[in-house]
Design a protein around this ligand. Sequence first.
Ligand code: NDP
Length: 511
Amino acid sequence: MAIVEQIDAPAGARRRLRISSPVTREAVGEIDVQTAQDVGAALEIARKAQPAWAALSFGERARYVTRALHVLLDRHEEFIDVVVRETGKTRLEALYMEIFASCDALQYYAKRTAKILRDRPQRMHLLSLMKQLRIVYRPLGVVGIITPWNGPFILSLNPTVQALMAGNAVLLKPSEVTPYSGRLVADLFEAAGLPDGVLQVLLGDGETGQALTESDLNKISFTGSVETGRKVAEACARQLMPCTLELGGKDPMIVCRDADLERAASGALFGAFMNTGQVCCSIERVYVAEEVADEFIAKVVEKTQQLRQGANGEADIGAIFRPEQLELIERHVEDARAKGARILAGGRRNPDLEGLFYEPTVLTDVTHEMAIMRDETFGPVLPIMRVRDEEEALRLANDTRYGLSGTVWTRDKHRGVELAKRLDVGSVCVNETEMIYGVTEAPFGGLKQSGIGQVNGEAGLRGYCYAQPILVDRFGAKREQAWYPFTAKKERTMKRIMRLLWGTPLGRWMS
Ligand code: NDP
């Protein structure tokens, strides 16, 4: 049974989808696929609502966001129910990844946007005697936010709160796999009293997402796969519409010979298996120094065997959220097995559980000829490769079309940072994993095919604005030196100024 199935609808009606739980396979609900016409109607409403929203002060907007935070604190169990029912992730995982991180985002942007986006005077290296410069952060207008199914609440809420605090109206399109978790974002802000039309959620599938990218919006903030990201970029390019693309990864973990192997092994498990491995910055491949490889691998295998799988109680590892993903994981593991990899743990669907459960899996004897070391797996698998030294680890880690993030494990933190600087990825953790997207101050984004632009923190907030410089003349002279009429005397003066500014030590100091 597919988790998302198209069901019959009367001729001329919208297409209709049934969503089923990946754990029980029971129907969770049905949605209509919203069309280009629906997107157009929503955009019209958003355009009308946005100016009044943008006219509020940061403090006034923050009051709505803070109210949303209190609603979330009060109703978080209900929100967890929705996310768990739709995804099959464990409750604790939903609490950590979806709710805790969302509370932090709501508070962070409610409290700090005024400081980050306030109008600011900007000193100029020349001209300051004669002119004043101010930088003003103006909202873009109406922003389209398109999100994936793996973190369906946080990945929808986080960009939404940033766009709203910056003064934009938002059209949010969550994944067809997790529409109800996406719709929680609208429920939350509705309960917080957000003015009508400022945030609208459009349910549907790729058709709805495509309609958004082809609408007359002011920006698309997209999180999803490289393949869809490319289509979004093409659609945005046709309209010269800005977009940020947060795409997939194949994140490497480098374990140096001096690493704390106990911490590194536990970190490898959490980094690879959290959210059943369905995290953009999951650890997807490990390079471990030969001298410590046996000990590291033994620890990883022992810890993996202790993990408990299921959707209830204190289970560590939940379900795969959709069948297509499970099939991809199986293809990668089978390809690796056929090419000589050894499976030290897992390597199969969990025979004791109904639903889409794949056992946490550890492989060795892997090579870069295998899909599992080259393409995003997005599942609970941890392929480990032995390397001669850190140089070989770096070369292999960078041998990929992806560049989202990575981790380095060593007791020498200085060396860790130096190695981090040589990884061709958007962000790196040293002796840490799965944290960086949740660190609000850290600009997050990918290099190579892992994306364009950055989200979160100051860079993310400013990405939802247009930075408008306003230059103001100080003294109101009747005419400026550079204005008409052009004369030979002005030419001589200009040349003298050039020589002074860039041809003398005093000038160079002044400029
Ligand atoms: P997809 O690219 O399949 O889908 C992402 C979103 O795009 C969904 O809402 C989808 O709708 C929509 N969509 C589908 N077709 C189009 C289209 N033609 N135009 C516009 N939108 C469209 O990604 P997944 O949902 O499968 O998510 C998993 C991927 O997301 C992984 O590669 C993962 O690494 C990446 N990801 C990246 C993150 C980052 O911050 N870098 C964070 C989290 C995930 P629908 O699902 O309804 O078809």
